[in-house]
Design a protein around this ligand. Structure first.
Ligand SMILES: O=C(O)CCC(=O)C(=O)O
Ligand SMILES: [Fe+2]
Length: 203
């Protein structure tokens, strides 16, 4: 069913990539329902990243789901994938119907409040392939999401409210960084799901 699909969506990036914002793709009560399921059911774990050779445990928590049990190098640390849950599978099919893309994995992030965010990066790891499409579904507190062009430094900002869907595709990951800035005013949690396609589980 395609009730919420919008074929009229425009590219939010001025050049060198494609960013399609579908807006809120479900009702508020549906979004709140998914949020409480995700908060309760997902085995959230603190992320461990290596930045400039330093081992850091983040306040932000993560979980990774994929088609097959596999490991995936994410910021230099190996993570085991969880098998899809019914909640994740229904969200995956909703996102696939709307974007007309298919995905085989999902990285979830839990930001407990506005003091947690994600710094500038692009999702350009080898296992994702070049210029892969990534669908980002947000629940809970509305947060600002920012893109910055790697060369021109031009910025594009948008707000991601409860139940909203954004698709990063085309050459976006090659030419643009993105970040979720901290925002001290935000007191409520946000859960973000990024649906991705991993091209190989080994190497
Ligand atoms: O939380 C978000 O909206 C973005 C998360 C993100 O960029 C990532 O997981 O790579
Ligand atoms: Fe990202």
């Amino acid at each position: 069913m395609d009730l919420f699909s919008n074929t009229d969506t425009q590219n939010l990036l001025p050049y060198d990539g494609a960013l399609t914002y579908y807006g809120q793709i479900m009702s508020l009560s549906q979004a709140n329902n998914f949020l409480s399921h995700l908060l309760a059911e997902v085995p959230w774990k603190n992320d461990e990243v290596v930045i400039y050779g330093k081992h850091i445990v983040t306040k932000r928590q993560i979980a990774w789901y994929a088609d097959e049990l596999a490991t995936y190098t994410y910021s230099n640390t190996e993570k085991m994938a969880l098998p899809w849950s019914p909640t994740l599978l229904s969200l995956k099919s909703m996102v696939e119907d709307i974007t007309a893309k298919s995905f085989n994995s999902c990285l979830l992030n839990l930001y407990h409040n506005g003091e947690e965010g994600m710094s500038w990066h692009s999702d350009d790891e080898k296992k994702l392939g070049k210029n892969t499409a990534i669908a980002s579904l947000s629940f809970g507190a509305e947060r600002k999401f920012v893109f910055k062009h790697k060369k021109t430094k031009e910025k594009v900002e948008l707000l991601l409210p409860n139940g909203s869907l954004l698709l990063m595709h085309g050459e976006t990951q090659s030419h643009w960084l993105h970040s979720l800035p901290v925002s001290k005013k935000v007191k409520l949690p946000r859960v973000n799901l990024t649906f991705r396609t991993i091209i190989s589980a080994t190497t």
